[in-house]
Design a protein around this ligand. Sequence first.
Ligand SMILES: Cc1cc2nc3c(=O)[nH]c(=O)nc-3n(C[C@H](O)[C@H](O)[C@H](O)COP(=O)(O)OP(=O)(O)OC[C@H]3O[C@@H](n4cnc5c(N)ncnc54)[C@H](O)[C@@H]3O)c2cc1C
Length: 464
Amino acid sequence: MSHIDIETLIVGGGIAGLACAVHLKEHGRSVRLVERNDHLGGVIRTLSEGGYRIETGPNSLFLRPEDPLLDYVVKLGLERAVVQAGLTGKRRFILKGGKPVPLPTSILEAITTPALSLKGKLRLLQEPFIPPYEPNDPEDPTEETVAQFVSRRFGSDFLDWIIDPFVKGVYASSPEILSMEDTFPRLTALEDRYGSIIRGALAMQWGQKPPSSPLTRSIFSFSEGMGLLPKALADRLGTDAGTNAEVIGCTRNSEGFRTALLFDEETYYLHSRHVVLAGSATQTSELLQEISPESEGPLSEIPYAPIAVVSMGFSRKNVSHPLDGFGLLVPTKERRKILGILFSSSLFPGRAPEGQVLLTVFVGGMPNPKLAFAFDEDLIDIVQKEVETILGSKGQPDFLRIQRWEGAIPQYTLGHRTRIERLTETLPEGIHLAGSYLSGVSVSQSFTSGIEAARKILATPPQP
Ligand SMILES: Cc1cc2nc3c(=O)[nH]c(=O)nc-3n(C[C@H](O)[C@H](O)[C@H](O)COP(=O)(O)OP(=O)(O)OC[C@H]3O[C@@H](n4cnc5c(N)ncnc54)[C@H](O)[C@@H]3O)c2cc1C
């Protein structure tokens, strides 16, 4: 007699775990997803407070035609709720000389932009003639950081004023520590194939068909906020997904795995053939201690950037900047205490009450991890002063909320790919991984990691 309760147990109800569970269920496989928090979605969560619609984690989605999430947005009936960032969403600012400067959105603007110096622009034009990197000496590193790659190909001005703030905005990190190949694999592939990023990008553009789905044209969210996505996935799972249940251990048995979970102060055991670990690398390493101690090394070597997200509401008339864009990123050279500011109410409709604006300020990250844990009063003081100096806000905000993420974004530092390969080799059969530390940090890439874990299970015969 089989002692298996369920074919697949999924630990973690973030977007990666949810994607895996829904995909398996759709293919007729039995699943159970357990989440220790009181809500599903992990870092994706939309809250409505004081008339504002706040994102505690991701604010927007960007999809490529090949992303599985594209099909799911349609399949889940979410297209009707899509809100796209219009032209405003294309305009991004960086801080330069203490002033917000728009980044170029066209060739003409690229020539005239004050974001780069004349020397920097001329250096940029040399990129097609720079030879690809070839380590000659055994002492030469085999892998480049983002900073090394970008300064070699595009020059230091482009690194300091374009890439450094971008890396802060997306990875809460610094180009000096991230691996180019693992963080921007598409760009290193262009260098490998065309010998130049600019030549490669132009060649790709000429050969490209116009996007078949409007969802791949620009960044978007949903009218109800990003939280609609995990909600729709959770609806598909119904009672196959449970919250407030923490997985505290996992051991092997003759038919698969025996997983212990804590619910309502009681310990329960679930027997399954497969286990998908869909928490962060740090959380996953704890659960693998007993069945795969050798996985601990590579998992614990993946650093995470902490972030504090400060949502602030102001009366429109109390902010002098027109907020006519996506937001503003802060280059390291500007020596500020914040990573960047999203102009949330300019990006999507319905984010702030009439006559008000919503700003989302990001603090901490790898450049300043301690600040993410500053006392509330200190954090508020810092953020308020920065917003006042940069965007010309006046007085106290009418609304304020702080969200802290201790392990917000995994860092694909030098050696990341080797770490993941080592990890995959050590995994016991029947244990699968999903999450943002595997093949990209975005919501869509994390979703894909869940689908990939599900595909591995689907490739095995179903439980009789
Ligand atoms: C502030 C912020 C802003 C971001 N902005 C964007 C953006 O605009 N666009 C974008 O594409 N991406 C963005 N990202 C990145 C993206 O949101 C995340 O990388 C992605 O959502 C991670 O999903 P996940 O499922 O891998 O992990 P998580 O969301 O962390 O989910 C993991 C879940 O596992 C649960 N768990 C862990 N251990 C256990 C256990 N033992 N038992 C039970 N449950 C457990 C956790 O409680 C958690 O809910 C942002 C991230 C942050 C933090």
